[in-house]
Design a binder for this molecule. Structure first.
Ligand code: LLP
Length: 429
């Protein structure tokens, strides 16, 4: 469910017309629905209510300060992956004591910063990193709280670039090696406090099965670690998939109701129903690290059609957003539904490529897709762009980063201004 729908022939975000925002703030423009973010957070929290849990929102999905602040006010903790993300969380009013620090390559500088800020746990990805963490903590006269990330060797059945729980992926420590690593750490690393265990098998998982497989595989391990080392939490990671294909339609309860159980995308309620009974008696705090589920369907990228170019093989609609603004189609062949801001009424469609202005053939938002007809001057929305959208944007081709707007009911706030030309050269000497 999300806050984007047609009203009186125009696409709205909550009670604000996207066309009016495009006219006022220009394009390309990211627009987020605060109500949707809150709703997703609350539904997730409720779905897990049967077990002692905490949501550590994966900041990497969308790290705008206003988004972080909104989630902090709802009670979220944060999963960070760099010192920069910790800085953002603190600036947004988040509590470091509710932050976990993920990632395979934490630097000395980042470790010191996070130790000084008093984060909840370093989620460590190798024995070498755990030993180094011990060393740095010792130098600072501190005890570093830590969890090791287990790689359970489970196939998440998602795009190969975002699958993380197989042995061939760079993430975590092999399942079989964890128990002895905890034993060694307990005796050899006095400046480490083993606080938990972490796992994350991949992103955009649309079936519950890999989650169940991983949880069932790791339960005996986590139970043994609790008994022997007194760990207090188990982070089961993020990865809950969202609807990309029928993104607009999936905004209504009717669309979900129209699907048979077998065709229905994974819902957070199903996630909770399947996992809570398996987790509730472990006596551990269960951490969740969702990113995409919270913000993915809560954002769109609005762009304007500049030109239509009819070639001998294809019709190209050239728009003012490029792969530098939203890289998912280029990088993962990600599908983002494309809808005009003015509701199509005549049923006419055409097969087109929607492409950006960047000098690369990979700069497309769709290829050979049958879309409602739109023309130069018209605006369209790329749906489900709230996660891994703006955060992956770059200045490639010296294009300015787009503005971001947060809508709450009938109120629209600029939460990041569009870059100007001077911003492009700031810091260059
Ligand atoms: N925890 C860890 C340790 C992670 O590595 C990630 C995502 C998450 C949590 C959050 O996963 P989520 O709930 O958002 O699926 N740029 C890619 C996705 C990369 C995901 C990286 N790790 C995309 O646009 O699809």
């Amino acid at each position: 469910m999300h806050g984007f729908s047609y009203k009186n022939g125009e696409l709205y975000c909550e009670n604000v017309s996207l066309q009016s925002l495009a006219e006022e703030y220009g394009t390309p423009l990211y627009v987020y629905s605060a109500g949707t973010i809150t709703d997703h957070y609350t539904r997730l929290d409720k779905a897990l209510s049967g077990v002692n849990h905490e949501v550590a929102y994966a900041v990497k999905a969308n790290s705008n300060l206003s988004v972080l602040r909104l989630l902090a006010t709802k009670g979220a903790g944060f999963d960070i992956v760099s010192g920069g993300e910790l800085f953002r969380v603190i600036k947004a009013g988040g509590d470091p004591a509710h932050c976990t620090f993920a990632g395979v390559g934490k630097t000395r500088e980042e470790i010191i910063y996070a130790l000084e800020q008093g984060i909840y746990s370093f989620n460590v990805e190798s024995e070498e990193e755990l030993r180094y963490l011990n060393e740095v903590a010792k130098e600072l006269g501190k005890i570093a709280p830590a969890a090791v990330r287990v790689n359970p060797n489970v196939d998440a059945k998602t795009h190969k670039y975002i699958s993380t729980g197989k042995s061939e992926n760079k993430f975590g420590v092999d399942f079989e090696a964890i128990a002895s690593l905890y034993d060694r750490a307990a005796t050899e690393l006095p400046n480490i406090k083993l606080r938990g265990l972490q796992m994350h098998i991949g992103s955009q998982l649309t079936s519950i099965d890999p989650f169940i497989e991983a949880v069932e595989k790791v339960i005996p391990l986590v139970t043994a670690l609790k008994a022997k080392h007194g760990i207090e939490f188990w982070s089961i990671g993020g990865g809950i998939g969202i609807v990309y294909q029928d993104s607009l339609q999936s905004g209504t309860p009717d669309w979900w109701a129209s699907k048979n159980e077998s065709d229905r995308p994974l819902t957070i309620e199903k996630y909770g129903q399947e996992l809570v009974p398996r987790l509730k008696d472990l006596g551990l705090k269960i951490l969740l690290e969702p990113g995409r589920y919270i913000v993915g369907n809560a954002g769109v990228l609005v762009t304007r059609c500049l030109y239509e170019k009819k070639g001998s093989a294809k019709t190209f609609k050239i728009v003012d957003a490029g792969m530098n603004d939203l890289i998912r189609p280029a990088l993962y062949e990600g599908h983002h539904e494309i809808v005009p801001l003015t509701e199509p009424t005549d049923g006419l469609t055409a097969k087109v490529d929607v492409v950006g202005p960047i000098c690369e053939s990979g700069d497309f938002f769709c290829q050979d897709r049958e879309l409602p007809v739109f023309n130069p001057g018209d605006h369209i929305a790329l749906m489900s762009a709230g996660a891994y959208g703006f955060v992956m944007a770059s200045n490639y081709n010296s294009r300015r980063l787009p503005a971001e707007i947060l809508v709450e009911d009938d109120d629209a706030t600029v939460i990041r201004r569009r870059q100007d030309l001077e911003d492009l050269i700031e810091g260059e000497l």
